[in-house]
Design a protein around this ligand. Structure first.
Ligand code: HEM
Length: 464
């Protein structure tokens, strides 16, 4: 009798364990309200995930905005989902996001279309363009920093958003006119804000503002493309542009091997959508990561800064090769990226019923790889809340360092972003000492990436 009883209990436990633990919350709205509360609490939207991860473990379910979601936070599930060797996972097509960044954007294209697009864009992120970015970014940073000591308080994030925006626009379309940059930055900002808004396209909504702004961004890009074509056809080589747009249009027009195959030629719409996508993907992420890095550095000032200063270059201009010698700065960048987890989780959708972490997950369910939990898991990184760049003296464990994602959707700009961070770190530390004006750790409410609400205001004084 005991044996039968035990089997029944085991069966019951097994079927209870079939679906991931968690709560579906209220009918229809699920746990959306709790999610919103966490967004508004100042702790940021990640707090919603963090508290459930503590309560339920490394795999839990919830329901947000009318859809079932599962969050997973082990390196093994990260490998399975992000590397996607089984072909069972994809990104969900979100109509409102596609309306803003364009449905030919890398962020919205179908699996097949994404592969084709990515094969075009990946060529742009060569060593040569990273080297060019290093030179340009260095110039921008030196120029921006030169005025900081006369400014009283500098809201770091605001300045960094401007610097990274300029860097992106120079790299993509060689735009350097201050006025045009300002108005484009404002419009891209509206597009980003609308990505988080309720997708209601009525004249007074945030979503509508974003759609209108997208229209203006597209006009700027159309005009730029038109001017380029005119320059090329009139053989006006005075304006030689070393940017992504030039490379994309060259493939388009020179009849080379890749362009002879019409099925792989990029259309103007694909070029425009993805230029906007790259601005969005590169500006906010890098500026946020840089702000977090300065914060961690400020909290660990003396020791870390001395080590950086020791490896500092005294050259007036930095080159890519100089960065490879700054090994400690590179580790500091990696450690900042780990601790900040600027993109905290990666959303995917399951294409067929499957099992993850011993739980059944149904076709159509949203699954999210919770990179931030992996980055802060004491079984993966010892003393995870301690800022310790030297932990990267050794390779990180497999599938555990995920600030740029992994697999077929890995960040295309990762080498560029890391290089930009080393450049800024080097220039900032060797130019200034600083004190924090407002150390409030609250997180900004409605942003795509985790950012400090205060923008991290600092006061700087020149290092003698
Ligand atoms: C510190 C800065 C950055 C961070 C933390 C970051 C992070 C990420 C992450 C996590 C993804 C993948 C998301 C996923 O798998 O769902 C991604 C994608 C992407 N990133 Fe970055 N990124 C940064 C800077 C940049 C820069 C400078 C560029 C240059 C334009 C860039 C371009 C892209 C593009 C184009 C994608 C889409 C790739 C695809 O879907 O195939 N990123 N980024």
């Amino acid at each position: 009798l005991r044996k039968i009883f035990k089997t029944v209990i085991q069966d019951h436990e097994k079927s209870a364990a079939d679906i991931p633990p968690g709560s579906h919350g209220f009918p229809v709205i699920g746990e959306t309200l709790q999610f919103m509360l966490s967004v508004n609490s100042g702790k940021g939207f990640y707090e919603f995930v963090r508290s459930r991860r503590i309560r339920y473990g490394s795999c839990f379910r919830t329901s947000l905005f009318g859809e079932a979601h599962v969050f997973l936070s082990t390196t093994e599930s990260a490998r399975a989902v992000l590397n996607n060797e089984s072909g069972m996972f994809t990104k969900r097509y979100i109509k409102s996001i596609a309306a803003l960044v364009g449905d030919r954007s890398l962020l919205c294209a179908s699996q097949h279309h994404h592969k084709i697009l990515r094969s075009h864009f990946i060529n742009l992120f060569s060593k040569k363009s990273t080297a060019l970015m290093v030179r340009n970014f260095d110039e921008l940073v030196v120029d921006a920093l030169s005025g900081w000591e006369h400014r009283g308080t500098v809201v770091l994030l605001t300045d960094l958003l401007q610097i990274t925006f300029k860097a992106m626009c120079k790299m993509l379309i060689s735009l350097e006119n201050e006025e045009e940059l300002d108005s484009l930055q404002r419009d891209v900002g509206f597009v980003c804000e609308a990505m988080l808004a309720f997708p209601l396209n009525l004249p007074w909504t945030r979503f509508h503002k974003g759609i209108m702004a997208r229209g203006r961004v597209m006009e700027v890009l159309e005009k730029t493309i038109r001017e380029r074509r005119n320059e090329t056809s009139s053989h006006n080589n005075n304006n030689h542009h070393e940017d992504f747009l030039q490379q994309l249009l060259a493939v388009d027009s020179d009849g080379s091997a890749s362009s002879s195959d019409h099925s792989t030629k990029l259309t103007d719409a694909e070029i425009k959508d993805n230029i906007l996508t790259m601005i969005i993907a590169g500006q906010d992420t890098t500026a946020s990561a840089l702000t977090w890095m300065v914060k961690y550095l400020g909290e660990n000032q003396k020791e870390e800064q001395t080590r950086i200063a020791k490896q500092a270059s005294d050259k007036p201009f930095l080159e890519l090769d100089d960065l490879t010698e700054m090994t400690y700065a590179s580790k500091m960048v990696k450690e900042s990226l780990r601790m900040a987890s600027v993109v905290p989780w990666f959303p995917r959708v399951v294409l067929q019923d499957c099992e993850m972490e011993g739980y059944k997950i149904n076709k159509g369910c949203n699954i999210n790889i919770d990179a931030r939990s992996i980055h802060l898991d004491p079984n993966v990184y010892s003393e995870p809340h301690k800022f310790n760049p030297s932990r990267f003296d050794e390779e990180a464990k497999a599938n555990s360092f995920l600030p740029f994602g992994m697999g077929g959707r890995t960040c295309l700009g990762l080498n560029m972003a890391k290089a930009m961070m080393v450049v800024f770190l080097h220039r900032f530390i060797t130019t200034y000492r600083w004190e924090v004006v407002d150390g409030d750790p609250s997180i900004e409410k409605w942003t795509l990436f985790a950012r400090l609400k205060s923008g991290y205001p600092i006061r700087v004084s020149r290092r003698l």
